[in-house]
Ligand binder design. Structure first.
Ligand SMILES: *Cc1c(COP(=O)(O)O)cnc(C)c1O
Length: 396
């Protein structure tokens, strides 16, 4: 059969056609009134999308660039920081903070799990200057409890709370200001339905204040410089102009999802991911597959590979039969699980389609018979239930 190439990976994610068109046709120079108008509108809209009054900055880099900025701007060599890690992206925080000379306390949990609040409390001595965590650990599909962790961290006056929400934003309910997240990070290639190349953050007043005293080296990622330029409607260096045009189109689409209200559109996007994830989990369970995450995120569903089957074989079969790209496990879970994402531009048909494909993939790679329709039926029931709950899908 004809096969359409489709991404089911936790980044990059499927592209919004309007974003592609916007970037393809964009030619304005960045030091012009036209671009300034776009730049200012996008930064204002990003605050609504994130749900914050804090300053938002959008930089030309992948998500890791702004993760690095949160270390180089908010810490000095020798500062004690606490990293909460339970997967590949948590490990990145450990490497990054070490690279900038921090004294790193690590609270680590096995892949697939999350942290106990008591363990965090025990590690959080008064000399910890900053705490780093993921909102959703994309390597395992686990959602960490940002709200409750924030509460513990903020019992201390002088500790900043930094959240990598690169797959969390747009898939997960996050209240940046009221929970007290000092620095939250997102990336363009996740829920914003655009290509890789932009990463963004919202920065609290406490974090801006910390930046005045920190001594780690920084230049391109000196956020104080970006803030000053942004106040004048510009970026410090050449911005990724065409990606800004794409971002403008994506934010417009999300606003339309909320019938003209961007914050509401953002919540619709989160609900959409939640329903796609619930359908996917029900489908996988109906096929007798084990879900991997102890506290599953809506961003993606991590499914344990059946006994004796390397997850790489499943990933390959999805690709060869259907040109569908699902993700293998990462780090120590490579080969042991596969991941299906629901971040951004996914809908009902994508979800039903990947589950139907999963039935065929399983039939091919395992010796056991598969009951065709089992995963699809379970997902249908979740969907039907969501309608009777009066939960609205986008566009419904
Ligand atoms: C995608 C992702 C990142 C960023 O990775 P880049 O390749 O630098 O964009 C960081 N953290 C999480 C949790 C992610 O999912």
């Amino acid at each position: 059969m004809l096969r359409k190439n489709r991404l089911f990976t936790p980044g990059p994610t499927p592209l919004l056609p309007a974003a592609q068109t916007a970037m393809a046709s964009f030619t304005a120079h960045h030091r012009t009134a036209d671009f300034r108008e776009l730049f200012q509108r996008v930064l204002a809209d990003m605050k609504e999308f994130i749900g914050t009054r804090n300053d938002v900055l959008v930089l030309a880099c992948s998500g890791t660039g702004v993760m690095e900025a949160s270390v180089s701007n908010l810490t000095s060599p020798g500062d004690k920081v606490l990293v909460l890690t339970a997967g590949k992206f948590g490990e990145r925080w450990t490497e990054l903070t070490k690279a900038f000379g921090c004294k790193v306390e690590v609270l680590s949990r096995p892949y697939g799990e999350t942290f106990s609040l008591d363990d965090i409390q025990a590690k959080l001595t008064s000399d910890i200057r900053a705490v780093y965590v993921q909102a959703t650990e994309s390597s395992t599909g686990v959602r960490h409890d940002v709200e409750r962790i924030a509460k513990i961290v903020h019992a201390q006056d002088d500790t900043l709370f930094i959240v990598d929400a690169i797959t969390g934003l747009g898939t997960t309910h996050l209240e940046v200001d009221s929970w007290g997240v000092d620095f939250i990070i997102g990336g363009s290639q996740k829920a914003l339905m655009m290509p890789p190349g932009l990463a963004y953050c919202a920065v609290s007043e406490r974090a801006w204040k910390r930046m005045e005293t920190t001594t780690s080296p920084r230049f391109y990622f000196d956020l104080r410089k970006e803030r000053k330029s942004a106040a004048k409607g510009e970026s410090a260096y050449t911005p990724a102009t065409s990606l800004f045009a794409a971002l403008g189109a994506a934010l417009h689409f999300i606003r339309e999802m909320g019938n003209g209200n961007l914050a509401q559109g953002g919540q619709e996007l989160v609900r959409n991911a939640g329903l796609c994830a619930e359908m996917t989990r029900a489908g996988a369970r109906a096929l007798g597959l084990k879900l991997y995450a102890s506290r599953p995120a809506s961003a993606l569903t991590a499914i344990a590979s059946p006994d004796g089957v390397d997850a790489g074989v499943i990933v390959k079969e999805f690709r060869e039969s259907f040109d569908a790209v699902v993700a293998n496990g990462q780090g120590e879970m490579k080969g042991k699980l596969f991941r299906i994402a629901h971040i951004g531009y996914y809908d009902y048909l994508d979800t039903i389609g990947i589950l139907a494909a999963l039935e065929h993939v399983l039939a091919k790679v395992t010796a056991k018979p598969v009951e065709y329709g089992a995963a699809v039926r379970a997902a249908q029931e979740v969907y039907a239930g969501s309608l009777s709950d009066k939960r609205q899908l986008i566009g419904a």
